[in-house]
Design a protein around this ligand. Structure first.
Ligand code: THU
Length: 161
């Protein structure tokens, strides 16, 4: 038996102004998208903004439904829309913001497992790590690539594809 320890790096920014301008812009777009979320059941509004290789920014937000499982998270709404508008275009980064109790959430946004799996698919398609920007009112956390959020993920290579 051997035991190995894995490490990962995250960057924590104390304020929006510390980030590069393109990331600041993406976060502001994600915050705006969160305002437009349709989340009458949870009251938890999430916005996502995806920066594409062609410079386009595509946003999405969570869309809930009376039949709860029929709703969709902000990250997947944004990424599916980005892929449907610009098929095959590189996804460079995604910013995620959340609003609870009418205020920007203090804790950093944490994409759910299904959204992580979808980010992973587009990262594989893009061929470069997607910069994932997790917004919060007291700090902004940035990770470079999905492996940090979803280690040992299932890939199409696992099926011999
Ligand atoms: N939600 C997202 O939009 N993204 C996530 O990564 C976590 C959860 C949404 C789904 C649902 O509308 C609400 O937040 C509560 O789970």
């Amino acid at each position: 038996m051997k035991e190995i320890q894995l490490e990962f790096k995250i960057k924590i920014y104390q304020s929006l102004e510390e980030l590069p301008l393109s990331s600041q812009n993406l976060i502001l777009k994600a915050r705006e998208a969160a305002q437009r979320a349709y989340a009458p059941y949870s009251g938890y509004r999430v916005g996502a903004a995806v920066l594409l290789g062609n410079g386009e920014v595509v946003t999405g937000n969570n869309q809930e439904n009376a039949a709860y499982p029929s709703g969709l998270c902000a990250e997947r709404t944004a990424m599916f829309y980005a892929s449907s508008r610009f098929p095959g275009e590189t996804m460079c980064s995604i910013a995620v913001s959340t609003i609870s109790n009418s205020a920007l959430s203090g804790k950093f946004a944490k994409p759910c497992g299904s959204c992580r799996q979808v980010i992973a698919e587009y990262e594989d398609l893009s061929g470069i790590p997607i910069v994932i920007i997790l917004d919060g009112s007291s700090a902004i956390t940035v990770v470079n690539g999905i492996d940090t959020l979803l280690p040992f993920r299932f890939k199409k290579e696992d099926m011999g594809k």
